[in-house]
Write a protein that binds this ligand. Sequence first.
Ligand code: HEC
Length: 121
Amino acid sequence: MRGHRFFAVKTMLFGAAAGALGMVGCKPLPPSKPASEWTPEEARGAQVYQRNCARCHYPTTTAGLHGPGLQAITKVKAMPSGAPPTDERLTAVIARGRGEMPATRLDDAEMQDLLAYLHSL
Ligand code: HEC
């Protein structure tokens, strides 16, 4: 009986802790910004994405194509590799490639637009 109670309390504490942490890891992904609300920068970034990324990454789901789906990629705590999705890290992955992902040559303006778009996902 005592053991059972202890377990119940632990379960409750865990639930409270998960709630307190905002359940960063397991809540449903925040929705992407609809195309109708894109800024000009995000709209240009979407074109950069279509040209350079779309053949390997779905933007609207985390399901994989050739690489992982990128929905909410900048809103998660860690990308599939475990690295945090900072602009620096994204820029490095895009510019240098990673594993099976080829490097993509973009000028600074294209990279900024693309990052803005990735933040909208
Ligand atoms: C030829 C297919 C291909 C193209 C084109 C491609 N990727 Fe990838 N991408 C991959 C693969 C495969 C991985 C998984 C790499 C790994 O972790 O080994 C990946 C991983 C990633 C990751 C996750 C990195 C991490 O740290 O987990 C991001 C973000 C990403 N790609 C963004 C992009 C963007 C933005 C573009 C366009 C500029 C792009 N990719 C173009 C195949 C591709």
